[in-house]
Each structure stands twice: as structure tokens, then as C-alpha cells.
Design a protein around this ligand. Sequence first.
Ligand SMILES: [Zn+2]
Length: 115
Amino acid sequence: MRPPPEPDLELRGKLIRSLGAFREMLPGSFVERKRACGRPNCHCADGKELHSQYQISILIDGKPKALNIPEELVDKVRQKIEMRRRFDAAAATICGVNLKRFLKEKLKAKEDRQV
Ligand SMILES: [Zn+2]
């Protein structure tokens, strides 16, 4: 006989199997900064139409750093940073399922001791 389905375990299994998709994840936050390039004849010189510079904002050895992202890598890097967010969300859900199971187990152990 098949055991009754456990939705929590199904969810956990599904999330665990999805984690491989995040293998390219990157840490930090994706930041867009507006800046003037400094060339006097550029359209940015009036301070209104500034250039976009994309950066990874990150702590390295506890110190905040901003790493410039080359133009051609912006989309890729944005996606990789987003992967980290989804990875963290999946990990939090898995931990939630496991915590619920631990509390159930703990309760059962207590009941068994009282029999
Ligand atoms: Zn400029």
C-alpha cells in the first residue's frame, strides 16, 4: 500500500531537486547608478541624461564593495543575483518544513516517554 501523500515532503523534494538550477548564482545586490562621465561635450554634461553604471554591491571580508559590471554581462549577472534570492527562498521553505517535522517529532518523543 502506498503511504498517504505528505504535501510538505513533496514540496521539499521538489525544491531540493530545483536547487541545481541555481548553481550559477552570485552573491550581493544588483545596483544601478547614474553618473556623469566627465566629458564636457557628452549629453550627460547637463546632469540630466546621465549614464547608467551597473554594479554588484557586496561585502568582501566584511567590507562593502561595489564591483562594476561590464555592459555585455549586465543581464547575465542580474539573473545570477536573482538566482541567489530564489535559492535563499527555497532554503527557507525547506528549513520551515524540517522545523515543523522536528517539532512534531519532539512532541511525539515526549508523548512516548509519558506512556
Ligand atoms: Zn557622458
